[in-house]
Design a protein around this ligand. Structure first.
Ligand SMILES: CC(C)(COP(=O)(O)OP(=O)(O)OC[C@H]1O[C@@H](n2cnc3c(N)ncnc32)[C@H](O)[C@@H]1OP(=O)(O)O)[C@@H](O)C(=O)NCCC(=O)NCCS
Length: 149
């Protein structure tokens, strides 16, 4: 039996996880932004309960992956899962936690009838782009456009 402090668990996101996510994001980005995460976590727990996931080690949340099922947006009638934000505490990377959270959110999307999973990535962010490639994402024919204001 492993020690309690090393027990790994992937489970659905809960509203009580907000403070842990604020802490992980601050560790990654160096920015403390509670309002941003309060809004995002409330949005995802209400919009698609059970989709977004967190990773716990010894009962402490060390990673999160937020997403939801969508259909009809941008003329995409086929239901697809969308992954928006994710992060793993830098002290707990390389332990398959990102992949395991993705497996869990993906299983949820499949159960909801999704035919694909979509996301947007900044191709200059080599870490995130490399992770997405490693878990199976490939470039899509859809292209993100923007017009600066
Ligand atoms: C990208 C990130 C989620 C990876 O998490 P992780 O738990 O360390 O990844 P895993 O251990 O599950 O790795 C899964 C696969 O991705 C690959 N991978 C992970 N990080 C990678 C990187 N930086 N470059 C290339 N591949 C990478 C692994 O090699 C592994 O591939 P394999 O199974 O073929 O060996 C994590 O580094 C992170 O949180 N980055 C910062 C994200 C961010 O900026 N978030 C801002 C807040 S939204």
């Amino acid at each position: 039996m492993p020690e309690t402090s090393t027990v790994l668990r992937i489970r659905p996101l809960d509203e009580l996880d907000i403070s842990a996510i604020i802490r992980i994001d601050e560790k990654i980005s160096g920015i403390y932004r509670p309002e941003v995460w309060e809004t995002r976590v409330m949005y995802y727990t209400r919009r698609d309960p059970g989709a977004s996931q967190v990773a716990e080690i010894g009962g402490r949340v060390v990673g999160f992956m937020l997403g939801d099922l969508r259909a009809g947006e941008f003329g995409l009638e086929e239901p697809s899962g969308w992954i928006e934000r994710f992060g793993i505490d830098p002290d707990h990377r390389g332990k398959d936690l990102g992949r395991r959270m993705f497996d869990a959110i993906r299983a949820h999307f499949v159960a909801e009838g999704a035919k694909s999973v979509r996301t947007l990535v900044d191709t200059n962010d080599h870490g995130v782009a490399g992770f997405l490639r490693a878990i199976g994402f490939t470039p899509a024919p859809l292209q993100a456009l923007e017009l600066r204001l």
